[in-house]
Ligand binder design. Structure first.
Ligand SMILES: Cc1cc2nc3c(=O)[nH]c(=O)nc-3n(C[C@H](O)[C@H](O)[C@H](O)COP(=O)(O)OP(=O)(O)OC[C@H]3O[C@@H](n4cnc5c(N)ncnc54)[C@H](O)[C@@H]3O)c2cc1C
Length: 297
């Protein structure tokens, strides 16, 4: 069984390759500069797509690779760019796509996949004859324990989209994966005005500020590089303080490696209380200032 894996983020390509390593012959395609992130994950061949990538020329290149290498299944890392590529490739190759899968197994030529439903509150298991899988980030740890794969350079066609401007993200430069202490905020904060109060707590415990997906991605109270979870950073601090976070599985997936977890939540039935070592039930606007005051006393 042959697979072609593409992700514009080499780490996600490597995660998928690590996940699929048994029983499949994996070909990986990624963008220049990303190849080392997915190296040593057991790929038979890594293709580096050179040129000015857009979803059109990348999907054409993937279609050509798929035909040339007689690929059975294509996996695309679910990034904004990857999802565009998957849509175009699906049309070009008359493929049968499935989005946001979080696991896959093959049974007699049938793909058995799971994906989250209702914002992650349920897991849907499906059997299908799909052959294009848009794969959620974090499907596996990246395992780089194999010999290096041969790397082949491929040239992309001229882009169909003309980029008329580019704005670099401000370099926040937060390295959450290495942080020893993290204070993480959730939707329970209610408003961005609460952030300075939580920053005081982070300062008192010499920690970094992080957040759940709604806080980083939906409301932009924090930058996206501070998101913890399945589709965010996987962190392993000595201490993780979850402030106003309910503890949905996609969030827990990112902080499960924390040594000690303290949760502050006003709802005593919140799932975070099943994941924490110490729980404080109450209004975070009452609790956090008291914690700061006692830490600084
Ligand atoms: C494919 C996929 C990937 C995802 N990836 C991620 C991810 O990487 N990271 C992530 O975080 N989520 C992710 N999610 C979203 C996830 O399912 C949850 O929706 C999200 O984690 C909820 O964030 P939250 O805990 O901040 O908000 P909520 O679930 O709304 O929880 C807010 C909590 O705050 C408490 N609260 C409210 N007011 C107060 C107060 N004054 N004092 C104390 N407590 C209070 C409430 O009781 C509640 O428990 C993903 C979802 C999907 C489908």
């Amino acid at each position: 069984m042959k697979t072609l894996i593409f992700a514009d983020d080499g780490e996600i390509a490597g995660q998928i390759c690590s996940y699929l390593k048994t029983g499949t012959e994996n070909y990986v395609a990624t963008l220049p500069g990303e190849e080392s992130k997915c190296g040593k994950t057991g790929a038979k061949q890594i293709f580096v797509l050179n040129g000015k990538p857009d979803s059109s020329n990348v999907s054409i290149a993937l279609k050509e690779l798929k035909d040339r290498e007689s690929i059975d299944y294509v996996f695309i890392g679910s990034t904004a760019f990857g999802r565009d590529v998957a849509g175009k490739l699906s049309g070009l190759g008359n493929m049968k796509p499935l989005s946001e899968i979080t696991s896959i197994a093959f049974k007699d030529g049938i793909a058995v996949t799971t994906r989250f439903l209702y914002g992650g509150k349920s897991v849907l298991t499906e059997e299908s004859n799909s052959n294009l899988f848009v794969t959620a980030p974090g499907i596996s740890e990246i395992v780089q324990d194999k010999p290096g794969s041969p790397v082949q350079q491929l040239n992309l066609n001229d882009p169909a989209v003309k980029i008329v401007g580019e704005e670099k993200k401000s370099a926040g430069g937060v390295d959450l994966e290495k942080a020893k202490v993290i204070v993480s905020i959730g939707r329970g904060l209610g408003k961005p005005d609460g952030i300075p109060m939580v920053e005081q707590l982070a300062k008192a415990v010499k920690g970094e500020i992080a957040g759940s997906r709604p806080v980083c991605l939906d409301y932009h109270w924090l930058s996206e590089d501070r998101q913890v979870g399945l589709s965010g950073k996987k962190v392993k601090p000595k201490l993780y303080i979850a402030v106003g976070i309910s503890g949905q599985i996609q969030h827990i997936a990112g902080m499960r490696g924390a040594k000690t977890v303290i949760a502050i939540n006003k709802d005593k039935t919140a799932p975070i209380f099943e994941e924490c070592d110490y729980g404080l039930i109450g209004d975070l606007y009452q609790i956090v200032p008291k914690l700061v005051a006692s830490l600084l006393a």
